[in-house]
Ligand binder design. Structure first.
Ligand code: 5GP
Length: 126
């Protein structure tokens, strides 16, 4: 079944400029902004500007230019926040929730970048 994109989701509204965001980095294909309810000292959301519902939708259907841009934006943010283990940073975690089992709240693909503290174990049992 094809992905159904709801253009009334909150990140679509951010992309259309209908609600504000605290932008960290913007390129032709990608927007990164601070999460409104941060779960760590660094909590940035990276989203493609295209209408993709979740990670596998983006990975399967985005253009090479969109895919590369998204990955490079992510790397730039990690570097600029001083999180990269390659730059003496203490590391970070990226998370992308998808669908109901992934407990995805906003149905526009986004990658969470979390850092600035130890993240604890990856998953809880429940
Ligand atoms: P999900 O559960 O879909 O992976 O995460 C959605 C994230 O979007 C949550 O961390 C939530 O705090 C964030 N969020 C929801 N609404 C807004 C908003 O209006 N602005 C910003 N900056 N973040 C939002």
């Amino acid at each position: 079944m094809p992905f159904a994109y709801d253009d009334q989701n909150i990140f679509a509204k951010i992309l259309r400029g209908e609600i504000p965001n605290d932008t960290v980095l913007e390129t032709d294909h990608t927007l990164a902004f601070n999460d409104i309810t941060p779960q760590a000292p660094v909590h940035v959301l990276v989203i493609p500007k295209g209408s993709y519902v979740c990670h596998d939708h983006f990975a399967a259907e985005a253009s090479d230019a969109e895919l590369v841009d998204f990955a490079r934006v992510t790397a730039r943010i990690v570097a600029e926040k001083g999180l990269s283990p390659g730059g003496n940073g203490k590391g970070y975690r990226t998370i992308s929730n998808a669908g109901s089992h992934g407990v995805q709240e906003v149905p526009h693909y986004h990658l969470h970048i979390l850092g600035g503290r130890a993240m604890g174990r990856m998953l809880q049992k429940d």
